[in-house]
Design a protein around this ligand. Structure first.
Ligand SMILES: *Cc1c(COP(=O)(O)O)cnc(C)c1O
Ligand SMILES: [Zn+2]
Length: 422
């Protein structure tokens, strides 16, 4: 377990001791960064100590994680992270790129990136002996919390908009969480969850509001770093070549802004430890109809103005992003940017990824749609090393997937009919 020494407010810089606070800064509501004792970690570990660990899950990075790794039997709680990276050769050729990879977060236990955050928050809940963990969710955060909580024998309550895709609601119910569907938006569910947490003394996982969600999400940055440093030597070399020109560029879809902030935190941790010299460039991709963070980034401000979100990509459909300021900084401080994509772009991206064997939900495919835009406008090109994150599985939203492809023909069961069709 990484030495956790306190919190620092991302807005005013106020510092708090671990026991002093649970969620956001009491002075200004700012998101809190978890502060680790970097000197202690640096004195105790070298990167090789981590690279040589057998645990393939995110817990292999426990020296950099502020909660104790779960002990005991193997459960899905131990299985979050450790997702594969694929090289996308044919799609790269189509986009005139040479070094394109995709990290497939749909391989997490409940099939989205959210498992990283939920695994850490459930471990934290155990540590502080929370009776009930609650979260608001567009679907995936809830499914991840419900799944991780079930694995750990922890009680969970999930608030989701009643419009959440049925597969996600099914996951919540199957994992045995108390599921409450709200006749309202994700944002309504978010505010209600905080009220309930205060009223009933529940521990609240809400994305961004709980400082440990970023601590889980940052583990994807550690995996990217390790991948890059030669767990796969052939990739390492190629990325190294590209690095002479441009750093690795990472495309990630953005709703609340907690994943991109988590990636940034992970890379910052590594820089503080002296284990990383050059940060990857972080490019956030938002849906045109849910672009509050992109608007702030391009308006050159940290003031996040809410929108009335409308997009097919439910997982990134957010009126008021809960980690907007850090998300703007993640792109700004790494030389990245924000790109917006239409629902049509997203559907096309689902189909294109499908043809190379990757089934993404709309929010997952949005990152690839952003890359298509970026390659078209020269934001990236040539031998730039590029990594796209697929944050969620297409099985989560089959209705959207069916909109991305033509219907299958229905025929009489005769050879004649087949011949006619072909
Ligand atoms: C939650 C989620 C995102 C966006 O993450 P934020 O932290 O809200 O920016 C992207 N894709 C999927 C599939 C998600 O579930
Ligand atoms: Zn503050």
């Amino acid at each position: 377990m990484g030495k956790f020494i306190g919190y620092r407010c991302s807005l005013c810089g106020a510092e708090y001791a671990p026991a002093q606070i649970t969620y956001t800064c009491p002075q200004d509501g700012g998101n809190l960064d978890v502060v680790l004792d970097y000197n202690a970690i640096r004195n105790k570990y070298r990167p090789e100590d981590i690279f040589s660990r057998h645990d393939p899950s995110l817990w292999r990075y426990s020296p950099l994680i502020p909660v104790p790794a779960p002990q005991g039997e193997a459960t899905p709680l131990h299985a979050a992270g450790g997702t594969p990276v694929f090289q996308l050769t044919s799609l790269a050729a189509k986009l005139d790129l040479q070094n394109l990879w995709l990290k497939d977060e749909s391989r997490n236990p409940t099939a989205s990136f959210k498992d990283r955050a939920s695994a850490i928050v459930v471990a934290r809940a155990r540590e502080i002996k929370a009776r009930v963990v609650v979260t608001a969710s567009t679907g995936n955060a809830g499914a991840a919390l419900a799944g991780m909580a079930a694995a750990a024998g922890q009680k969970a309550v999930i608030f989701a908009p009643k419009s959440a895709p049925p597969a996600k609601v099914a996951q919540l119910l199957i994992f045995g969480a108390k599921v409450i569907l709200v006749d309202g938006t994700y944002d309504d569910a978010f505010d209600l969850t905080i009220q309930c947490a205060n009223e009933f003394g529940w521990y609240c996982r809400n994305t961004g509001y709980n400082p440990f969600t970023v601590e889980g999400k940052k583990t994807a940055a550690f995996e990217i770093w390790e991948w890059w440093h030669g767990v796969h030597p052939e990739f390492h070399k190629r990325i190294g070549e590209g690095m002479d020109h441009n750093p690795l560029t990472i495309f990630v879809s953005v709703g609340d802004g907690n994943i991109i902030s988590g990636l940034h935190k992970g890379f910052k941790d590594l820089v503080k430890l002296g284990w990383l010299e050059r940060m990857p460039r972080l490019i956030g991709v938002q849906a045109e109809g849910s672009a509050a963070i992109a608007n702030a980034f391009h308006g050159n401000t940290e003031t996040i103005t809410p929108v009335s979100a409308k997009t097919i990509a439910d997982s990134i459909s957010v009126d008021l992003p809960r980690d907007g300021v850090r998300a703007v900084r993640a792109a700004k401080e790494t030389g990245g940017t924000y790109i917006t994509v239409s629902d049509e772009d997203i559907l096309r991206a689902i189909a294109e990824l499908g043809r190379v064997g990757i089934f993404a939900e709309p929010a997952g495919a949005a990152a690839y749609a952003g890359l298509v835009r970026a390659a078209g406008s020269g934001v990236v090109g040539g031998d730039d090393p590029i990594l796209v994150l697929n944050t969620g599985s297409g099985l989560k939203d089959v209705r959207a997937a069916m909109q991305a492809v033509a219907d299958a023909p229905v025929i009489e069961p005769t050879l004649e009919a087949v011949k006619k069709l072909l």
